[in-house]
Design a protein around this ligand. Structure first.
Ligand code: SF4
Length: 435
């Protein structure tokens, strides 16, 4: 029986020592990093559902490469090792490939980074999956079985009507608590900085009956499961959110998701989400200094965004508002102005990241054409917390310092305590039907 080992590199590691020290000393930041690292790699668990029965399979996740990981995987004598990695951890994936190929073990890498840069991946792995994994997986396994795995394997846009149940059962029991579940793939919008929206094909939604079945399977595995919807923008395409919300409500599990601020335009959507168990919604406010190309109807001024946050929270649903720092036009004054704005910003949580030109994005293409990508910033620096390009009005060093100052103030005790109080108030809202 051939064996495939599935390996996920999870988590974000900040390389810059100053920011790293800051992150370790700020509980809010550390908790968010740990929560992200705890999420299972849904792409691998999804292709695992398409593995024929005559294969055996195992799932490993690791924050980074080390020889012990390579030894552990090699000991399984796999015919294939399939790796998924974010851009920030792709160098860890390449190190694992080198260690495994040195032992004569075939490797394949898939995911967003691999889809954007297949030639680069092929310098390290035997094969690369470009596009959706489900449709490429049978050819990858067939080639590995024949000892002929090499080159690009292209996956066409997979029809989510044909989705199979992700193999959450492959997760070690200690890892089973937060489960990722996808209700849609991609996003109908195309923000300039976003790689997720189109790289894997057009926007598609999963039938609600499939989602119900997946929720039931997760609940059977773990009645106390917490669900993270692995969507780029939930409800962005749904003309009627009610069937999905009813499925989530019937499952009776707490869930988190990402939406854009337009959910506030619906008279009861936020209240309905809260009633269905949504514990917090992440809303991209994006950059206060630049309207990115491709934001379409999501583009709005800060006043409208603020009002949207207030309307969502008035319905009993806490908001994690995400701001991007470092867009063209950013200055030391605009960073300080954002710090002041956040002193009385209404959301229950705030997420601050630096603009990051990920491969496959229009933003990266533009900065590359303008000669503004910093050559010494390798992929491990593309972790949302480090400067990887020359800003328009600041030096890279000044942007780093300004961002560190902002992060230190926003996640320090007084502002964190204020947000915790807002969260309590939102959850006590008379409109919160969970009470
Ligand atoms: S709305 Fe969100 S998911 Fe959609 S393109 Fe913009 S950043 Fe990406």
């Amino acid at each position: 029986m051939p064996h495939v080992a599935l390996v996920a590199f999870t988590g974000l590691r900040v390389v810059d020592p100053e920011l790293r020290a800051l992150g370790l000393s700020l509980p809010g930041l550390r908790r968010r990093g740990e929560a992200i690292a705890a999420l299972p790699a849904l792409g691998l668990l999804t292709v695992a559902a398409h593995t024929p029965e005559h294969w055996s399979q195992s799932y490993h996740d690791a924050p980074c490469f080390d020889e012990e990981l390579a030894e552990r995987i090699a000991a399984e004598r796999p015919a294939l090792v399939a790796i998924s990695a974010l851009t920030a951890s792709i160098e860890e994936a390449y190190a694992l490939c080198a260690a495994l190929r040195g032992r004569g073990i075939a490797t394949v890498i898939g995911g967003l980074h691999a889809t954007a840069l297949p030639d680069e991946v092929l310098r390290h792995a035997d094969a690369v999956v470009v596009g959706d994994g489900e449709s490429a997986w049978p050819a990858v396994l067939g080639a590995a079985e024949q000892d002929e795995l090499r080159g690009e394997y292209h996956g066409s846009a997979f029809d989510l009507d044909a989705s199979r149940m992700p193999r959450w059962d492959l997760l070690p029991p200690a890892k089973r608590h937060r489960y990722t579940l996808q209700t849609a793939r991609g996003c109908p919008l195309a923000c300039e900085f976003c790689a997720a929206s189109r790289l894997l094909g057009p926007f598609r939604e999963k039938p609600v009956a499939r989602i119900r079945a997946e929720l039931a399977a997760i609940k059977a595995l773990d009645p106390r499961a917490v669900i993270e919807l692995a969507d780029d923008n939930t409800f962005a395409g749904a003309p009627d959110p009610a069937p999905l919300l009813q499925a989530l409500k019937d499952a009776g599990l707490p869930w988190f998701t990402e939406c854009d601020h337009r959910i506030a335009d619906h008279p009861t959507l936020a209240a309905d989400m809260a009633e269905a168990g949504c514990a917090q919604v992440l809303v991209g406010i994006e950059s206060p200094v630049r309207k990115y190309a491709g934001m379409g109807p999501k583009a709005a001024g800060l006043a409208r965004m603020r009002e949207a946050v207030e309307r969502i929270q008035a319905q009993g649903l806490p908001v994690n508002a995400c701001f991007v720092v470092g867009a063209d036009g950013e200055t030391e004054q605009s960073i300080d102005a954002l710090g002041e704005l956040l002193q009385d910003w209404p959301s229950a949580e705030v997420q601050l990241t630096l603009q990051t030109p990920f491969p496959g994005t229009a933003l990266r293409r533009r900065l590359d054409e303008q000669g503004r990508l910093l050559k010494d910033r390798t992929w491990k620096h593309h972790n949302l917390f480090e400067v990887t390009y020359r800003p328009s009005h600041l030096t890279p060093g000044d942007l780093t310092t300004g961002f560190s100052r902002l992060v230190a103030a926003v996640y320090a005790e007084p502002m964190s305590r204020r947000r915790a109080q807002i969260r309590k108030k939102v959850l006590r809202s008379p409109l919160n039907v969970r009470e």
